[in-house]
Design a protein around this ligand. Structure first.
Ligand code: FAD
Ligand code: NA7
Length: 539
């Protein structure tokens, strides 16, 4: 019962994370389209299928790290703590897939190697590594923006007798207890895996390239009364989230630190430190930490003071003290700096003394110092945002490749579309919102589903953005990003973590509320910024 004449499916959806699953639900269950899903993972979950490392959890609070649309599951749900751990999120996503009967549309353990648009048929040819090629009118990609693992190359790694693991492709059954463990990387993931490993490992060596600002996470148990209140106020909560900036469930501060007295700043920062939460510390305390040097210094100095107080060895404290701005993805952890007071933990500063090579027994630094290890964990992050897109052989009109279109950095219209790629819809593509992600994913999937619905109703054969609209959107994203301090810090947010990757704007940083207004404006305007080909006009 495919509606598109001559196609195997109306739509192919790649990915079975939050994005892909919701897209299959909207297009298949609500719009009656014939949909095929693919994921290279063996089951649903996306990020939460792959990232099973010890300590993995979401640092968005439990009641807003979920879909807003499914009230039935919400009423059944019971989260134990303020944040959900990886097994809890994976369980939730399995419940969603069961509840909406999504699995039957998927082929798992199947990677999509490429997708080519055929101008004659107006269909996408989707090529998989199982040897199957299928055709579909619409291609919806939920490939994940933090999904393509970044695995740095080190000399001698093949000689290492121990085990090497990446947090983003974590196998079942790894036992770190009583092992000599090395962890490379101290980003959001590193902080989680470090704090979880230190208490169980025989010895932990942390290889830190950049020191980080880490505030407490505050993962407290959630009592029944709090959960009952969250359930009762659900509509109000989501209304606030979807009209906010970072969509984390708290009201962003409107008070500037610049004009606040030092005593009051200290009081506000201390309260936020006690409360916990990385995004809260950056956006819930004052409104100008991400934009004003003075405010940023104030927040940074407060955290630096905490490091000095917490870490007993002044030399270690110095190594842990960041030298750059507080303008990367804000981090939080469970007694992170306290880890370095433990007798079984060593901090290796690999900015001062870089990793020279892996040896059969461990890692040798340039100074000659060798760390003997049984297991090395790469917490080295991801080729973020466009990584999975340029890995695939994606070809649009006239055979133009996505790799080529994005060779100077990823572009994208509204974070969802690209010029020369008709009927191609990305979930969390480049230049989408920088927020707690499930509400942004829902926002985008709903817009994509509405657009497809309008096309079907009006007999539109294909849509794609105009060059002018795409360039204007990318320009807007650049302008907004340049109003913040984020471009001045080196991180994955601008592609700085991958050697050779061009610095590019990759997010719309004006918040989810403004983003929703912008994309709904395009819809309300009758999609004037899109080129739409009608079947009748083609004939
Ligand atoms: P993903 O969940 O990444 O799913 C993408 C799927 O696409 C994957 O399963 C992948 O196998 C599949 N895929 C990709 N390419 C192909 C291909 N060519 N063929 C077949 N399948 C393919 N976000 C927050 O908002 N708050 C948090 O606290 C938070 N914590 C995080 C912690 C970790 C450790 C990580 C890695 C990410 C975190 N994120 C967090 C971001 C998280 O990725 C998103 O919240 C969300 O899960 C993204 O969902 P998605 O469906 O867009 O992509
Ligand atoms: P991040 O934030 O990119 O962190 C990766 C870490 O790995 C960071 O400390 C890097 O140091 C370090 N790194 C990367 N390559 C190397 C090499 N070659 N040598 C030494 N150290 C290295 O990734 P995460 O997984 O922690 O977090 C990404 C997002 O995913 C996060 O926002 C969560 O939402 C989940 P650097 O800072 O570049 O000096």
């Amino acid at each position: 019962n495919t509606k598109t004449v001559g196609a195997d499916f109306d739509a192919v959806v790649i990915g079975a994370g939050f994005g892909g699953l919701y897209a299959v639900h909207k297009l298949r269950n609500e719009q009656g389209l014939n949909v095929r899903g693919y994921d290279s993972a063996s089951d649903v979950g996306g990020t939460w299928w792959w990232n099973r490392y010890p300590g993995a959890l979401s640092d968005t609070e439990s009641y807003v790290y979920r879909y807003s649309f499914d009230k039935e599951l919400l009423q059944k749900g019971r989260w134990k703590t303020r944040y959900l751990t990886q097994p809890e999120i994976l369980k939730y996503m399995n419940e969603v897939a069961d509840h909406l009967d999504l699995r039957r549309s998927y082929k798992f353990d199947t990677k999509v190697d490429g997708a080519h648009y055929n101008e004659k048929t107006g269909l996408w040819n989707v090529i998989t590594d199982s040897g199957e090629t299928v055709t579909a009118k619409y291609l919806v990609t939920g490939l994940g923006l933090l999904s393509a693992t970044n695995v740095p190359k080190f000399k001698g790694i093949g000689d290492f007798k121990g085990r090497v693991l990446h947090t983003g492709a974590w196998p079942e059954g790894v036992d770190l207890s009583n092992k000599r463990v090395g962890i490379i990387g101290t980003g959001s993931t590193g902080v989680q895996v470090i704090t979880a490993t230190a208490p169980v490992a025989k010895h932990l060596t942390v290889f830190q390239r950049s020191a980080q600002y880490v505030v407490p996470i505050g993962n407290t148990p959630q009592d029944d009364a709090t959960i009952a209140e969250q359930k009762a106020n659900y509509d109000k909560i989501w209304d606030q989230v979807k009209n906010s900036v970072v969509a984390f469930g708290f009201e962003e501060s409107v008070e500037p630190a610049e004009t606040t007295s030092p005593e009051e700043r200290e009081r506000v920062f201390e309260a936020a430190w006690q409360r916990g939460g990385g995004f809260y510390f950056m956006f819930g305390t004052f409104c100008d930490i991400a934009t004003s040097q003075v405010a940023n210094d104030a927040a940074a100095d407060f955290i630096k003071g905490k490091i000095k107080q917490i870490v007993k060895d002044p030399k270690v404290a110095e190594k842990l003290t960041p030298k750059d701005l507080y303008a990367k993805r804000p981090l939080c952890g469970n007694n992170y700096y306290e880890v370095y007071n433990r007798d079984n933990v060593t901090l290796a500063d690999v900015k001062a003394d870089p990793i020279a090579e892996f040896t059969p027994n461990g890692i040798r630094l340039e100074s000659g110092e060798e760390h003997e290890l049984d297991i090395v964990i790469f917490a080295t992050g991801f080729d973020a945002v466009d990584g999975n897109y340029v890995k695939m052989d994606l070809r649009g009109r006239g055979g133009v490749t996505m790799r080529d279109t994005w060779k100077e950095g990823p572009l994208g219209y509204l974070g969802m579309m690209e010029v020369d790629f008709p009927n191609f819809f990305m979930i969390l593509g480049p230049n989408g919102p920088f927020t707690n992600l499930p509400p942004s994913i829902e926002t985008q999937v709903e817009w994509i589903a509405d657009t497809i619905c309008a096309m079907e109703e009006e007999g539109v054969q294909s849509v794609e953005p105009t060059v002018e609209a795409r360039d204007a959107w990318v320009g807007t994203c650049r302008e907004i990003a340049d109003m913040t301090l984020f471009p001045k810090a080196e991180s994955w947010i601008f592609g700085a973590n991958i050697p050779g990757k061009k610095n590019a704007v990759m997010f719309y940083m004006a918040g989810i509320g403004n983003y929703r207004n912008a994309i709904n404006g395009v819809k309300d305007d009758g999609y004037a910024s899109l080129m739409r080909n009608r079947v009748a006009e083609k004939a």
